[in-house]
Design a protein around this ligand. Structure first.
Ligand SMILES: [Zn+2]
Length: 160
């Protein structure tokens, strides 16, 4: 049996040298950082929601409410590990995951392979099953003004 799911997430951007910019567990060296209750790893959040969506198990807010002080500055690897536990508990595995990062700043393209390798280690699947793409919004709207970034992820699961 196959199941497909999608996840979407947005976080605001700020210039804050004290806070690392983390995408898929990979730290990008930039003056920009993402604002969030957790470590704001928007890519892990979108993939986590895509997996939960495919399993029809709600969304990450159900498991890690942003009102809970316990989740403040939380490493999002913990979030996706919880989700991967639910996945294996239901005897599913990831067939492939495809993500598109919508960002004007910082430039994502030079970091694509680093992000993919990091995701491969976190998801424990071959990097050939992981696609990371990036686009801009042609300077349109809030994302185009670098007020934030967005990520859209799709995942296909197969029951073992
Ligand atoms: Zn998020």
């Amino acid at each position: 049996m196959y199941r497909v799911g999608n996840g979407i997430d947005f976080h605001k951007l700020e210039i804050n040298g004290a806070r690392p910019f983390i995408l898929g567990g990979y730290i990008i060296d930039t003056e920009w950082s993402l604002i969030g209750h957790s470590d704001a790893d928007i890519l892990l959040h979108a993939i986590s929601d895509a997996i939960l969506g495919a399993l029809a198990l709600g969304d990450i807010g159900d498991y890690f409410p942003d009102t809970d002080p316990e989740n403040k500055n939380m490493n999002s690897v913990k979030i996706i590990q919880k989700v991967l536990g639910l996945l294996t508990g239901k005897k599913f595995e990831i067939v492939n995951v495809d993500s598109t990062i919508m960002a004007e700043k910082p430039k994502i393209a030079p970091h694509r392979s680093g992000i993919t390798e990091s995701l491969s280690a976190i998801l424990k699947i071959d990097s050939g099953k992981i696609s990371v793409k990036a686009t801009t919004t042609e300077k349109m709207g809030a994302l185009g003004r670098s007020e934030g970034i967005g990520v859209f992820s799709t995942v296909l699961l197969k029951q073992k």
